[in-house]
Design a protein around this ligand. Structure first.
Ligand code: NAD
Ligand code: UDP
Ligand code: UDP
Length: 336
């Protein structure tokens, strides 16, 4: 029998804000890819004040330049592994490198970010009575033995591999969220995000969609890691942000999968990018890295039923939108 404590009294800030229907929202990792698109969407509502904290490990101020100086916006250089004192109503906790090359670069730091960073944000949520949403990941399912993955699946994760700092880090972060919820009555939301793509991804961040698009634009061979039959399901970033906001605003704790169930092998993805961006480009195969999940596809029944959410942008529609942004940043225009 699980006793869930009632939530703490709303903070005086939250009570006062209730009457004005204003929200002060903290976005950790808001200078990153998904975070900056989330900030754009939150800032569209003139009742929202947004505070971003970011240590700029993989994010950049450039992603937020349109908001710098805006009266409802604040940007703080801060590492979430250190305590943070701010007064907010909601916390979107995204801070964590998401690309394998970055999260493997300093794995101990990745674990600290996931564990100590999430603990600090939960301590903050507890102190001020804020609702907190964690962006967890489909990586909690590891190399899944169930396909497609639904939220009841416990996963198949190597605890000591090179990806474990991220996978196990997020699993502990989810555990912390539920323990703060059960023990302290904190209002939590957990999104399990599947591969997301779109404008503002780091051009050289090593993830597959950004790699293939940059390679196609630069006339470099598309590097399919072996065997090439491994699958992923790719969600366009505006759909993702819509799902995250619905989860935060709804009454479900989750975990809830947010992703696009359209599933592609890496060879199919390479063929699609070739066809849409550069029919002349070569496709080559290269060595893979250890523990690469062989298949991944979200079961989004819960998101559909409980959040009324489903993705609207197909891969073939999203790739050209991302191409425009990459061409602009690379300074390479279309050939004809
Ligand atoms: P990203 O790397 O672009 O953004 C992460 C942001 O967090 C960056 O701005 C980075 O500088 C910041 N950050 C990292 N460590 C920090 C720390 N210790 N303190 C403060 N800031 C820190 O990645 P993204 O793709 O935008 O991912 C955002 C979130 O979504 C992450 O939590 C990630 O795990 C999750 N997610 C993303 C995907 C995806 O496909 N993009 C899939 C699953 C989960
Ligand atoms: N914390 C924070 N900001 C706050 C409140 C707490 O960063 O506004 C941090 C705090 O430093 C601690 C963590 O959150 O390391 C967990 O806080 P909690 O109060 O749950 O635990 P305790 O401080 O009792 O260990
Ligand atoms: N991949 C690839 N070529 C690349 C980069 C990645 O074939 O240049 C493959 C990788 O082996 C994996 C898939 O693409 O099977 C997705 O990798 P990514 O790093 O984008 O995300 P992951 O889902 O593994 O976190």
């Amino acid at each position: 029998h699980v006793i869930v404590k009632p939530p703490p009294e709303p903070s005086p800030l939250r009570k006062a804000k209730f009457f004005q229907a204003n929200m002060r929202i903290l976005v950790t990792g808001g200078a990153g890819f998904i975070g900056s698109h989330l900030v754009d969407k939150l800032m569209e509502n003139d009742k929202n004040e947004v505070i971003v904290v970011d240590n700029y490990f993989t994010g950049s101020k450039d992603n937020l330049k349109r908001w710098i100086g805006h009266p409802r916006f604040e940007l703080i250089r801060h590492d979430v592994t250190e305590p943070l004192l701010v007064e907010v109503d909601q916390i979107y906790h995204l801070a964590c490198p998401a690309s394998p090359i970055f999260y493997k670069y300093n794995p101990v730091k990745t674990i600290k970010t996931n564990v100590i960073g999430t603990l600090n944000m939960l301590g903050l949520a507890k102190r001020v009575g804020a609702r907190i949403l964690l962006t967890s990941t489909s990586e909690v399912y590891g190399d899944p033995l169930v396909h497609p993955q639904d939220e009841s699946y416990w996963g198949n994760v190597n605890p000591i591999g090179v990806r474990s700092c991220y996978d196990e880090g997020k699993r502990v972060a989810e555990t912390l969220m539920f323990d703060y919820h059960r023990q302290h009555g904190i209002e939590i939301r957990i999104a399990r995000i599947f591969n997301t793509y779109g404008p503002r991804m780091n051009i050289d961040d090593g993830r597959v969609v950004s790699n293939f698009i940059a390679q196609a634009i630069r006339d470099e061979p598309l590097t399919v890691q072996l065997p090439g039959t491994q699958t992923r399901s790719f969600c366009y970033v505006s759909d993702m942000v819509d799902g995250l906001i619905r989860l935060m605003e709804g009454d479900q704790t989750g975990p809830i999968n947010i992703g696009n169930p359209g599933e592609f092998t890496m060879l199919e993805l390479a063929e699609t990018v070739k066809e849409l961006i550069n029919p002349e480009v070569k496709i080559i195969t290269v060595e893979n890295t250890p523990d690469d999940p062989r298949q991944r596809k979200p079961d989004i029944t819960k998101a559909k039923e409980l959040l009324g959410w489903e993705p609207t942008i197909k891969l073939r529609e999203g790739i050209p939108l991302m191409e425009d942004d990459f061409r602009q940043r690379l300074g390479i225009s279309r050939k004809n």
